[in-house]
Design a protein around this ligand. Structure first.
Ligand SMILES: NC(=O)c1ccc[n+]([C@@H]2O[C@H](COP(=O)([O-])OP(=O)(O)OC[C@H]3O[C@@H](n4cnc5c(N)ncnc54)[C@H](OP(=O)(O)O)[C@@H]3O)[C@@H](O)[C@H]2O)c1
Length: 253
């Protein structure tokens, strides 16, 4: 909702898509109060035929697509072997198959226009590993590789690709992922509005990558340069936290 509101404030024409029509209508009504033209379409990005329908209808109704924000995502915070195969499969289909299918359907239109921006909403967990989020991590690392490769491929067509990495953000996601946040941890979380403003900034400034926190930028660099030391430190920190078993860390995600 926050992302839709932030883009609506920029005066764009929006097509909002998700599975729950009541939520879509409520968000669209808020967006329209800021003067934006806003349409909605029920779509499950796990289903390829629904993605094609969404993109075709958007082009038919709006005439062009300047910005594609691949924001839909899901995850589950639990040991990998305890997650059902259905849950793991839905995570990959939502976080990887969906964005790839959307890009595949939208890129021909952007090439025709000679311009466009794609924002793939990933996570800091797509840049450095965190235990208990293996399937989610796989999906977001996948989105990172995809974004890096696609950016190089689409540059000659005037199309820009941004890999956008939020840290923990206070949204429904925390609850559906099974992350029990203490009030102290909730305090340290980003607000959805702050993340949404950064997303708009990433589009306007054509950022190739946007990592929401300075500490995360350091941790990611540390992991990339010295992965063994970074793992050792992470394990030490978790042991000092009172357990040898990894515990939910709401600064990750
Ligand atoms: N919140 C965090 O801590 C956090 C941190 C880092 C990265 N992220 C990433 O940020 C993105 C947004 O997350 P959020 O926190 O806003 O999550 P959220 O509150 O759970 O919202 C997810 C949105 O995606 C839609 N969606 C989910 N599955 C879908 C599907 N199969 N087809 C179409 N729409 C679908 C949902 O609407 P419907 O359910 O109505 O379809 C909802 O609007 C995700 O990619 C997530 O991985 C979140």
């Amino acid at each position: 909702m926050a992302a839709a509101k932030a883009f609506a404030l920029e005066g764009g024409i929006l097509m909002l898509a998700a599975r729950r029509l009541d939520r879509l209508n409520a968000v669209a009504a808020i967006c329209r109060t800021s003067g934006a033209v806003c349409e909605v379409m029920v779509s499950d990005i796990q289903e390829h035929d629904q993605v094609l329908h969404l993109v075709n209808k958007t082009i038919e109704r709006l005439g062009r697509i300047d910005v594609l924000v691949n924001n839909a995502g899901m995850g589950s915070f639990a040991p990998f072997q305890d997650q059902s195969w259905d849950l793991i499969n839905r995570t990959i289909r939502t976080n990887v198959d969906g964005p790839l299918a959307l890009c595949h359907a939208v890129i021909p239109q952007m090439i025709k226009q000679g311009s466009g921006t794609i924002v793939n909403v990933s996570s800091v967990v797509g840049k450095r590993p965190v235990p208990m989020l293996a399937a989610y991590s796989a999906s977001k690392f996948g989105l990172w590789g995809f974004s890096e490769s696609l950016r190089l491929e689409l540059r000659p067509h005037g199309i820009h690709v941004c890999h956008f990495c939020p840290t923990s953000t206070a949204t429904e996601f925390q609850e559906t992922a099974g992350i029990k946040s203490s009030s102290r941890a909730l305090h340290g979380m980003d607000s959805a509005d702050r993340v949404a403003s950064a997303m708009v900034e990433a589009v306007i400034k054509r950022k190739r990558e946007y990592i929401m926190s300075f500490t995360e930028r350091l941790l990611i660099k540390f992991h990339l340069m010295m992965p063994a030391s970074a793992e050792w430190l992470l394990n030490l920190m978790r042991r000092r936290g009172g357990s040898s078993v990894p515990t939910p860390n709401t600064r990750d995600i």
